[in-house]
Design a binder for this molecule. Structure first.
Ligand SMILES: C[S@@+](CC[C@H](N)C(=O)[O-])C[C@H]1O[C@@H](n2cnc3c(N)ncnc32)[C@H](O)[C@@H]1O
Length: 334
């Protein structure tokens, strides 16, 4: 989020100068249940206030909509973080904030979540690489698994696997763009960050140690081979070109910026190796454990993440542990 801040601020400033809304309606899509949601909302509000001040305009009101799937822990979000966020606004923190009204929008972002021409600004970080479902074509009508022994697109995956994943991404991203095109006012903006890939045949490096841990568990009889063969991750990491193509084909948004940046899996490469390994295991476990539990059972989880811990140490030590990310800024066409 820190790496996206400059593009975010620039987009907010341009949005304010173009539309000068009295009440800015903003949505964070896939907000999660941690403090990041309010961090980004604060950043947006500060940037908007700054733009307002520069034009000598009165302070703005804000309508903030935190979106995620209905199963998201909105209670944690609102009970733990909302009171201090409201306090921060009331106390000003050096800024003269206008009133801010925060609501939850529990709905998949792959479909309509807001009324027509309702939003001025849409933000989303690290959510759009999650697909709406595992591509159905990865298992044939006869029940044959196409991606045996792998959990995502891997070097040993047959070409059909990439094709099925890409088809699902294209469909989902098109639905996302079409839905937001209805909801965002003309001249409104979106800033999206998500994981991507440099080239379309690259594999995602963080998934390899997980695959390898699961594979070892199959060899030792801890997990059924068939369960691993049938399991695939519901995510896709597009290239710059794939995103560009999708945005242009859908046609409702003008691409202002499409940048890439990398972040170490442990975020902070300067920490000692033990802490970095610990951070990576905890963060991946918090995001992915429920998926693995449904596929392989709760009893296997402790063992899986202990093995994963051993396997991430080497790439972290060699500093080859990078997430490759895309940062996209766009404007709703008139
Ligand atoms: C890794 S978290 C990112 C949370 C937060 N935006 C951040 O940057 O820290 C991904 C979030 O996307 C949400 N998500 C995934 N698919 C979604 C969908 N179709 N609609 C809404 N939210 C979704 C997940 O529930 C999860 O909370």
């Amino acid at each position: 989020m820190a790496k996206a801040k400059q593009v975010l601020e620039e987009s907010i400033r341009e949005l304010y100068e173009a539309l000068k809304p009295k009440c800015l309606m903003l949505a964070d899509m896939g907000c999660g249940s941690g403090p990041n949601a309010f961090l980004v909302v604060s950043e947006i509000m500060e940037a908007m206030n700054e733009a307002c001040k520069n034009l000598n305009r009165p302070v703005l009101e804000f309508g903030v909509f935190l979106n995620d799937l209905p199963g998201n822990d909105f209670n944690a979000l609102f009970l733990q973080f909302l009171p201090s966020f409201y306090r921060q606004i009331e106390e000003g923190d050096g800024c003269n904030f206008g009133p801010c009204f925060v609501s939850a929008t529990p709905k998949s972002f792959y479909g309509r979540a807001f009324p027509t021409q309702f939003l001025h600004f849409v933000h989303s970080s690290f959510s759009l690489h999650w697909l709406s479902q595992v591509p159905k074509g990865l298992v044939t009508n006869e029940g044959v698994a196409l991606n045996k022994g792998n959990i995502h697109i891997a070097k040993t995956s047959p070409p059909g696997v990439h094709k099925e994943y890409y088809k699902q991404f294209e469909m989902d991203f098109n639905v996302f763009l079409r839905s937001r095109a209805c909801e965002v006012v003309h001249g409104g903006r979106m800033v999206l960050t998500f994981q991507g890939r440099i080239q379309s045949n690259d594999t995602n490096p963080i998934l390899e140690p997980i695959r390898s841990a699961l594979h070892d568990m199959v060899l030792e009889g801890v997990i059924d081979e068939e369960k691993l063969d049938m399991f695939n991750m519901p995510c896709y990491f597009p290239t710059v070109e794939e995103v560009k193509q999708s945005v242009e084909a859908e046609g409702s948004f003008t691409l202002n910026k499409l940048e890439t940046f990398t972040v170490d899996w442990s975020v902070d490469e300067t920490q000692n190796l033990r802490d970095r390994v610990e951070f990576v295991v905890k963060s991946i476990r918090s995001v992915m454990e429920s998926l693995f539990t449904s596929a392989f059972g709760k009893a296997a989880m402790k063992d899986l993440f202990l093995r994963f811990k051993d396997k991430v140490e080497e790439p972290l030590a060699r500093q080859t542990s990078q997430y490759f990310n895309l940062l996209v800024s766009m404007t709703r066409r008139a």
